[in-house]
Design a protein around this ligand. Sequence first.
Ligand SMILES: [Zn+2]
Ligand SMILES: [Zn+2]
Length: 576
Amino acid sequence: MVKNVEIARVFANIAKILSIKEENKFKIRAYEQVAATIENLPMEVETIYRAGKLKEIPGVGEAIAKKIGELIETGKLEYYENLKQTIPSGVLELLNVPEVGPRKAKLFYEKLGIDSITKLEEAALRHQLQNLPGMGKKAEENILRGIELYKKREERKLLGVALPIAEEIVDQLKSLREVNQISIAGSLRRRKETIGDIDILITSKKPEIVMNKFINLPQVKEVLAEGLTKSAILTHQDIQADLRVVAPDSFGAALQYFTGSKAHNIRLREMAVKEGLKINEYGVFRVSDEQKIAGKEEQEIYNILGLPMIMPELREDRGEFEAALNHQLPQLVNLEDLKGDFHVHTRDSDGFNTMEEILGAAREKGYQYIAITDHSQSLHIAGGLDEQRVLEQIRRIDEINQNISDFQVLKGIEVDIKSDGTLDLSNNILQKLDLVIAAIHSGFKQERTQLMERLTKAMRNPFVNIIAHPTGRVIGYREAYDIDMQEIIRLAAQTNTALEINASPERMDLNDIYVKSAKEQGVLLAIGSDAHQIHALDYMTYGIAIARRGWLEKGNLLNTLSLDDLKARLKKKLKN
Ligand SMILES: [Zn+2]
Ligand SMILES: [Zn+2]
């Protein structure tokens, strides 16, 4: 699937190159506009393309539609590839940095000879950019931030991309008789939202057989290193995976060591030193006589220091040691605790599947309920529902619910918080629904006060239950819009509004840190897959990852309530 952001970036780059070449302004503007439209579309362009409706996208005519088709079908655009050849390649590389436009790229190249992102970063850190014409301190800072975003996109892979690949690799290795123990380690085991590489640990009596299988897996694009204790490969998605063989009596210690984080492990080693112990990847040793006293099981490493086992997701040195010492570690929520999903799109707006298909899949997951939350009318391109169509959907859902007893479809909407802060549907309509999630889909670059006012108004609305993807970020492509998240959390507590953990891999919004502070202020969280097709209902795995990294217990999540409790809870908002 070609992502909207990727298509948008191609068109934005075309506009940039044309503008470096000082071509026709209207042509440039047309590409810029279409790039902006596509980037902000709440549905996949590929979906629109498959439905043969590209020309319904504002600004998309015959020529651009053809280009989009070529991109989707071949992953490339010949026109763009040729255009790229016409300017120095270094200048074009600079354009990959958000905040660097054609004029700046040309300026940096001509004045300072900057033709790579590395050189650009060096120049910015040495404050050589701020004195160039049209620049300044703030502009220089923005460029550094843009470089960070770019790096994140290039160097770190989304959890939602890396985890399935890692699990596939583990499954294949597990099928070998020669593999005894096996586990994922590293930031992937801690379920960070993005990861650097995949770390896998095993024990085996015949490592040569395991290593041979590993470097010949179908996932391998390139073998980076090959050895009896460690091998490394690059997958077709350009993710590095390392496989290490460790001794059985060190497996627990190695797992603890390679899971990290660095900050967590430093604290652990400091605690050990105070007890006259030394911890490393081979085990726990008594300093006095160098005797090894633990290492086989990971849990022992903690227990020996008088601590309960600390779950991998908590290992960030964000208070887990203090909590462990006080016997106050959270009982982390599990995927199995979820009784439903609060954010799903159907074919009625921009989803792939019918309501019936979705509810079938949701029941198979063992859910008790699922909320259908299609877009509202102002998102024309996403087929947003107007009042008439909402009423129609309500009738259909009532009919469906009449015929099932062990499950319920919740009547919901993802109502747009418009640029002026009003909601896209009247309270008269909203009150007929079981669940309203409200979200910002436009005006991302507004001033903080304006954005805060929009969200505040939405939270004060008696019918809005959840704020969806509260910060609006898209990992590696779009930073969060300028809001005061702590203030939003306070308001959520005050107005009894839940905040969403949008589980879609490129959103992961709220993130773990905000989730933890929301919990601390008594705000309920609600996980939504934001599925636009059935397979995406599985994104709940990533939502749970954030929830656990945010220290959530069962009681902090709206999704763990039984249907009756949920309905009672949703009504509570009204009493505020
Ligand atoms: Zn949305
Ligand atoms: Zn949505």
